[in-house]
Design a protein around this ligand. Structure first.
Ligand SMILES: Nc1ncnc2c1ncn2[C@@H]1O[C@H](COP(=O)(O)OP(=O)(O)OP(=O)(O)O)[C@@H](O)[C@H]1O
Ligand SMILES: [Mg+2]
Length: 272
């Protein structure tokens, strides 16, 4: 890799936006990413608005106070777009797909309640007692997984996504939490090119030992490295798959025994 390419990547990924052209490059990547997320989600979003306004009949009521519509039925969880009665402000509600997984919802709430960061979905509360529901910020946009199926990403867009994924991860790890399920379908891209990490259903909030914590954090970092490579493969430049391992291993534990997502960012800027 040429020194020039490495330098320009570092400028985009690591250095704060100190000069005008740098800021312009980031702004235009943010804008194009936002457009891509919007065009993939727009039709669905319009339909949700109609249903939530009561223009069609397929809505339901949750907890006697939310008008809701199902948006996703997974193995573990069911997701709803919703609005409180008397308001048009949209929220997301998550509940367990069946009684066997109901205990996971309060665990997810406990993890999310400890994190407040622009690159992590906002948590508003837990309700419903024995049949628990999570109340979350509704993210208008699509998952990175959907984006990778439907469109190609440019180099600045990839840089913008990975730096936000890693900033979110850094905040999660600082709060003593590991995500444990990082993949492109648990990363959402909103309509203004913002990245939000979701799905803390199997996160860990406590660790038996520093070693255990380091191992789990490394799993998150390894998955972040894989997400980076999936994005690169989806675009034009394709580095060999064998760089995945060195990338993940390059994220060495710091003096506190915690691996750092910033180490991974440095490793990525070295290989990319
Ligand atoms: N806050 C949110 N705003 C908008 N959509 C969301 C939100 N959270 C989740 N979704 C949508 O719902 C889908 C499932 O959410 P999530 O991954 O939390 O559930 P899950 O049951 O744990 O899923 P899986 O088991 O398939 O990973 C996401 O991929 C996304 O499309
Ligand atoms: Mg998920």
């Amino acid at each position: 890799m040429s020194i020039l390419r490495l330098a320009s990547l570092k400028q985009l990924l690591v250095r704060p936006a100190t000069n005008r052209s740098n800021r312009q490059a980031i702004d235009s990547a943010r804008e194009s990413l936002g457009h891509k997320a919007t065009s993939l989600s727009e039709a669905n979003d319009d339909l949700l608005t109609k249903i939530l306004k009561g223009e069609t009949s397929n809505n339901l009521v949750i907890d006697g106070r939310f008008i809701a519509v199902s948006i996703y039925q997974g193995t573990f969880g069911d997701l709803f777009a919703a609005r409180p009665f008397g308001s048009l402000e949209r929220v997301a509600i998550k509940t367990a797909a069946c009684a066997d997984f109901a205990h996971l919802i309060p665990l997810e709430a406990a993890g999310l309640a400890r994190i407040s960061h622009p690159n992590v979905v906002r948590f508003f509360g837990l309700f419903g007692g024995g049949n628990p529901y999570l109340l979350l910020e509704y993210i208008r946009g699509c998952t990175l997984g959907e984006l990778l199926k439907g469109t190609r990403l440019s180099r600045p867009e990839i840089n913008l996504i990975i730096s936000q994924v890693l900033a979110g991860l850094e905040a999660i790890h600082r709060s003593g939490i590991t995500h444990n399920d990082l993949n492109p379908f648990n990363v959402m891209i909103d309509r203004v090119g913002g990245v939000k990490l979701i799905d803390f259903g199997i996160c860990s909030t406590r660790f038996k030992s520093a070693n255990d914590q380091t191992r789990k954090i490394k799993t998150d970092l390894y998955m972040a490295a894989r997400i980076f490579l999936q994005m690169v493969e989806n675009g034009s430049a394709t580095p060999a798959l064998k760089v995945i391992k060195p990338l993940a291993n390059a994220a060495q534990p710091d003096q506190h025994g915690y691996a750092s997502s910033m180490e991974l960012l440095r490793a990525i800027s070295h290989y990319w």
